[in-house]
Design a protein around this ligand. Sequence first.
Ligand code: S3P
Length: 445
Amino acid sequence: MRIQPAHRLRGRVRVPGDKSISHRAAIIAALARAGGRSRLTNYSTSADCAATLRCLAALGVPVEREGDTVEIEGAGMNWSHAPGEPLDCGNSGTTMRLLAGLLAGQPFASTLTGDASLRSRPMKRIIEPLELMGARVSSAEGRAPLRVEGRAPLAPISYALPVASAQVKSCVLLAGLNARGRTEVVEARGATRDHTERLLSLFGADVRTELKDYEGRLAPVVSLETPVSLRPPREVCNIAGDISSAAFFLAAAALLPGSDLTLAGVGLNRTRTGILDALQSLGADVVVADRRAESGEETGELRVRGHDAGLSPAATNANVIGGELIANLIDELPILCVLGTQVEGGLEIRGAAELRVKETDRIDAMVRNLRALGAEVEEYADGLSVGGRARLRGARLESYGDHRIAMACAVAALISEGESELTGAEAVAVSFPEFFTMLESVTER
Ligand code: S3P
């Protein structure tokens, strides 16, 4: 795909439903009491969330979809439909890790597989707790395909997360639904997105998060008591817009002087808004309005404007992002690297080794693409730093099959001089199929 520089972005858009929330809403609706129908609106249009629906259907769950509205009939907590074929999770780590939790507590064996990228990603992080609970999970040295031999009921555990991962937390909580007693997850490496907890509560489960002492400091501890009976909420479950998709538009508008862009209905869950704090502290003009509560989450309207003066950090420490903040904006780090190339003083990202085990090695991918554009980049095992106020020149860019790398490169191309050529642009469909048409609709050249 050839991409020309842009002059500015103007207009108003609504990004599609949140990917993380959509996966969870579908899975939890499928676990609701037999016959209970859930209606999910603004369901993510991503290929990833379509994979979750396909897997649920293959497990015998009645799923109907029309556009972004999905209706799911609950199959109760104990399932009997052993899938004949391996369940194909495509590119989606969330599908695989969350379904593994659900399947661990079922009285049959099933196999989870996915594309080459997903089959290369670490799965020991879920195998370990699921085996502690009594399931057996065989793998190819900690990678998919995973064969999950379920056990009903499972044994409840108290598990301290060795990595700050919402997927692992959610995997254990979903398994905990079929354990007898109290399942606990200690977020020992810091808080991660809490959509699973919110949706389980919306469906009537008793899920609590408390700050407790863990090895001398306070950590969030999520606990779930069984027996649980999940029932669909009385009203539709309307899924908030995806802030991780919005992030590419926020950054592009902040980077192009004269831009004035409004994003409506964006999810503002506090475990996801680190990107807004980071943008603001790097000097971007982002204003939040029209806050509302919707289906257990908060949404709002974001207005972002780009200014001639460019981006200057609001405080001296704003040029470094690390520590427990990383989990809150983990998916936004590729686009933050692009933004960093234009910030006074540049940007350093540390403590983000998890980026190396995403859909691709996102540190390596961003280092290569930013260098191709002429940015000054230093690579670390756990992050990277980019020099600021760089003059980027159009180049050959590569998504490495990763949706967020593709979108970060597209934004970088908009702010560069001359044309860029992006290989693997179609990867955007994994999370945001409308990305290029939506971007085009607000771009002025
Ligand atoms: C997600 C959690 C994060 C994130 C991913 C979606 C989720 O992954 O990067 O895109 O929906 O729970 P980890 O749990 O591996 O940190």
